[in-house]
Design a protein around this ligand. Structure first.
Ligand SMILES: Cc1cc2nc3c(=O)[nH]c(=O)nc-3n(C[C@H](O)[C@H](O)[C@H](O)COP(=O)(O)OP(=O)(O)OC[C@H]3O[C@@H](n4cnc5c(N)ncnc54)[C@H](O)[C@@H]3O)c2cc1C
Ligand code: SF4
Ligand code: SF4
Ligand code: SF4
Length: 591
């Protein structure tokens, strides 16, 4: 094809440079390092990032926007740390795709799903996993950590306690075992901590608007992190004496050391966020005061209300506590004085965390009662394995029916044995009582760890009536918008009890919406791409053992709150990172 002057649009480059993210093209000096680093360009699809940048400079708008090539970038971000000019090519691709859809070059309705590696598509925070894993393999640790911190503020935390859904979808898992994405993230974060010099993201010029955040859990702190980066003044109000939400008050120290938690929260303070502890909104300060003094409010109050056992004796005898309170007091440095026979009721993460904590505190005996079998336990399977390994008794198919006591104090729990019947709505087999099977377990303390829900008393008046059927606050999951003007929300209060990384994702999306609304735009539901994980099964690939996480010995675990997982060393991290295929995510059907 012969190109004529008509095929060149001299405004094309400046049109791109004028859009958020598009300004990066100005830094490119055509060296081609991106193409050399790009796994997708090795795939035989003809994809070439340098060629795309060159076409932008040449003004070849029609040829580029109408071409399938702009849909081949997998947003792995491997080229970011290779580029000497630090150009984020994927941000330029975002602009090209947006223009292609808006200006009618690309078919399809609105934003289509964007092909990427399944690990990145599955991570709720959409971290550029192939990019940071490549950075580890090449020993470029600072660059790898920067990539993660663009998508979330808590790599050291999530590198320890995230249930790592990314690994479940990892293409390597089809060959042998998934890449240890979670542990590699932790490796990068720990390296920074050892050096004692935390990376603080650059901030944009200060803006005059201020945002109030209620709740210093992962949702609120993440919203604060991104809003501070955008240049807003942010104040976080937290009713407890420590920041971190359930990361500080629920998750025990042997899974998440507090120096890691505090170091990552400190970065948010260093970005200029003020965290006011011991201030309960609705009690110490009114919600209306915040609406008056701040231009927007983010509500991230989580699920603070424990579910009760609902059996006789629960309210009668002292010595019955809920799992959240039990862990909170220990995490705040106030463990129970007497440590006799402890019975914990429930099968979720809170139950196993209570049991493992109590074992370390030296209780005379610790037993978990669960009404179904191990298979149905909602706790993460690896947490259950750890509990069993630590020789904590779990009594399956056991239902407490009455708390027993004397002189106002708990003395035991009356239970019945259960058997599994037909599946219920959740698909798990329903536990059915075996008549006449009552028996008693002696106990000096009973912990009810049946889960938690939203404490409706914590909701501000304008939102009191906007509760879903499931008892959670109604807010748009994409934008965080609630029914009250300029009030946004996210995290457990909206989703019900979930995970830290999901709360982070909520906080990030809400910060983006708050920024848009405060700049006079509308909060857009389609503001972020919908990622589509693409499977990849190489025909020939050598099997390679996954690196094993070094752990504290069982004897040490029984008497100390020291972290159980010890972390990869340099060599392990690099070997593990080399197991990643890197090439995952190319969307071939657009060719
Ligand atoms: C025991 C336990 C173990 C867990 N383990 C894991 C795990 O291993 N991995 C994982 O991913 N997730 C885990 N989770 C879940 C995870 O911690 C939560 O999903 C996550 O913390 C929710 O974040 P959030 O910001 O929405 O709420 P939260 O973390 O609950 O934070 C809400 C904050 O708001 C504050 N607040 C509430 N009301 C007010 C008010 N009126 N004024 C001021 N402040 C207020 C609260 O004090 C709290 O600090 C665990 C949870 C528990 C309870
Ligand atoms: S596929 Fe990855 S390395 Fe290649 S251009 Fe896109 S973000 Fe860069
Ligand atoms: S945050 Fe969780 S899901 Fe995301 S990459 Fe890390 S371990 Fe995987
Ligand atoms: S092998 Fe593929 S899916 Fe697994 S971590 Fe690497 S890029 Fe992600």
């Amino acid at each position: 094809m012969t190109l004529t002057d008509k095929d060149f649009n001299p405004q094309f480059k400046s049109e791109i440079a004028g859009m958020p993210g598009g300004e990066q093209v100005k830094r490119c000096y055509d060296c081609g390092t991106c193409t050399g680093a790009c796994p997708a360009s090795e795939s035989g699809s003809g994809f070439d990032p340098r060629k795309i940048l060159h076409m932008i400079k040449m003004g070849m708008k029609d040829q580029l926007l109408g071409s399938p090539t702009i849909w081949h970038c997998t947003h792995c971000d491997t080229c970011v740390f290779a580029c000497p000019q630090n150009v984020r090519f994927s941000a330029v691709v975002d602009v090209l795709r947006e223009m292609a859809v808006q200006q009618g070059y690309a078919s399809g309705e609105g934003r289509e799903k964007w092909g990427t590696a399944p690990c990145k598509a599955t991570c709720p925070a959409h971290i550029s996993i192939p990019g940071f894993v490549s950075a580890v393999a090449e020993g470029r640790y600072e660059e790898g950590l920067k990539l993660i911190k663009e998508e979330m503020p808590f790599p050291g935390i999530c590198g320890r306690i995230c249930p790592h859904p990314c690994e479940e979808e990892c293409n390597r898992g089809k060959v042998d075992k998934p890449v240890a994405i979670e542990y590699l993230k932790r490796f990068l974060a720990d390296g920074e901590l050892t050096k004692g010099k935390a990376y603080i993201p650059d901030k944009k010029a200060p803006k005059k608007e201020r945002v109030a955040v209620i709740g210093a859990g992962p949702a609120g702190l993440t919203a604060a992190y991104y809003l501070a980066i955008e240049g807003y003044g942010v104040t976080v109000f937290e009713k407890h004496p420590v920041a971190g939400g359930m990361m500080a008050l629920g998750i025990p120290e042997f899974r998440l050391p507090r120096n890691i938690l505090n170091a990552e929260i400190e970065v948010i303070r260093k970005l200029g966020v003020e965290i006011r502890l011991n201030v309960e909104i609705g009690k110490d300060t009114g919600f209306a005061d915040l609406q008056r003094d701040y231009q927007a409010v983010f509500l991230g109050i989580g699920c603070q209300q424990a579910i009760k056992l609902g059996i006789p004796g629960e309210e009668t005898f002292s010595g019955v506590v809920d799992g959240l309170e039990f862990l909170r007091e220990i995490n705040l440095g106030n463990p129970p004085a007497s440590r006799g026979r402890l019975v914990i009721v429930g099968g979720g993460n809170t139950a196993v965390d209570c049991a493992r904590t109590a074992m370390r505190l030296g209780y005379e005996s610790v037993a978990i009662l669960y009404r179904r079998t191990r298979e149905e336990m909602p706790a993460n399977s690896w947490e259950v394995e750890d509990t069993i390994e630590e020789e904590i008794e779990i009594r399956y198919l056991t239902l407490p029916v009455r708390i027993l006591g004397e002189n106002g104090k708990v003395t035991g729990v009356e239970c019945v044995r259960m058997e599994l019947g037909e599946p219920d709505q959740s698909g798990r087999r329903r536990p059915v009582r075996i008549e006449g099977s009552e028996f008693t377990i002696q106990a000096d303390m009973v912990v009810a760890a049946l889960g938690q829900t939203v404490d409706l008393r914590c909701l501000p008046r304008p939102l009191e009536r906007t509760i879903s059927n499931r008892g959670f606050l109604v807010a748009d999951p994409q934008t965080g918008l609630t029914k009250a003007p300029l009030v946004f929300s996210g995290g457990d209060v909206v989703s019900g009890p979930r995970t830290v990384v999901e709360a982070i994702a909520f906080g990030k999306k809400a910060a983006r919406s708050i920024d848009r609304v405060l700049r006079g735009e509308v909060a857009r539901k389609d503001g972020a791409p919908q990622w589509k994980g693409i499977g990849y099964s190489p025909e020939t690939v050598e099997k390679r053992e996954r690196e094993i996480m070094p752990r504290l010995s069982l004897t040490e675990r029984k008497s100390t709150f020291e972290e159980v997982d010890r972390g990869f060393d340099d060599q392990q991290a690099r070997c593990e990172a080399e197991r990643c295929f890197r090439i995952c995510g190319i969307q071939r059907e657009r060719e």
